[in-house]
Design a protein around this ligand. Structure first.
Ligand code: THU
Length: 160
């Protein structure tokens, strides 16, 4: 038997004004995307902005459905939009922001488990980690250096 320790680290910024210029720009794009989310059922709007290696920023937001499970998260809308438009294009960074019309989202909102799994596929394939920056509507912003750091013991193609 052996015991292992798994640790991860993140930088917590007081608010968006403390971010580096490029991170701030990308977060503002995520906010822009968030405002166009289609979330009439949860009233929880999420925006995602992916900075690609070619300099392009790809936006996504959550798209809900009256048949609830048929909806989709902002992060997966964004990653699939990017991957289907530019296959194999490296992702440099991902910014996420969330707000709600029924409560104040003042805590950073990280990607859900299914989005982490989906995003990990692309981080593994590109052999280069990409930082994730996430926040709610206002307040603290979290920055992690990689997606996989948020997904220990993740499933990948090596098991297949
Ligand atoms: N949502 C996202 O877009 N991303 C996440 O990582 C978590 C949840 C969306 C899905 C749904 O439309 C709403 O937020 C409430 O769960």
């Amino acid at each position: 038997m052996r015991k292992i320790e798994i640790s991860t680290s993140a930088i917590i910024y007081k608010d968006i004004s403390e971010l580096l210029e490029e991170d701030n720009m990308l977060m503002n794009k995520a906010i822009e995307a968030r405002e166009k989310a289609y979330a009439p059922y949860s009233k929880f709007n999420v925006g995602a902005a992916l900075l690609l290696d070619n300099g392009e920023v790809i936006l996504g937001n959550n798209q809900e459905s009256a048949a609830y499970p048929s909806g989709m998260c902002a992060e997966r809308v964004a990653i699939w939009k990017a991957a289907s438009t530019y296959p194999n294009m490296k992702i440099k960074k991902l910014a996420i922001s969330a707000s709600s019309s029924i409560s104040k989202v003042d805590k950073p909102v990280g990607p859900c488990g299914a989005c982490r799994q989906t995003l990990s596929e692309y981080e593994i394939n590109q052999k280069e980690s990409f930082p994730l920056i996430f926040m709610g509507e206002e307040g603290e912003v979290v920055k992690t250096e990689s997606l996989l750091s948020l997904l220990p013991f993740s499933f990948d193609s090596s098991y297949l």
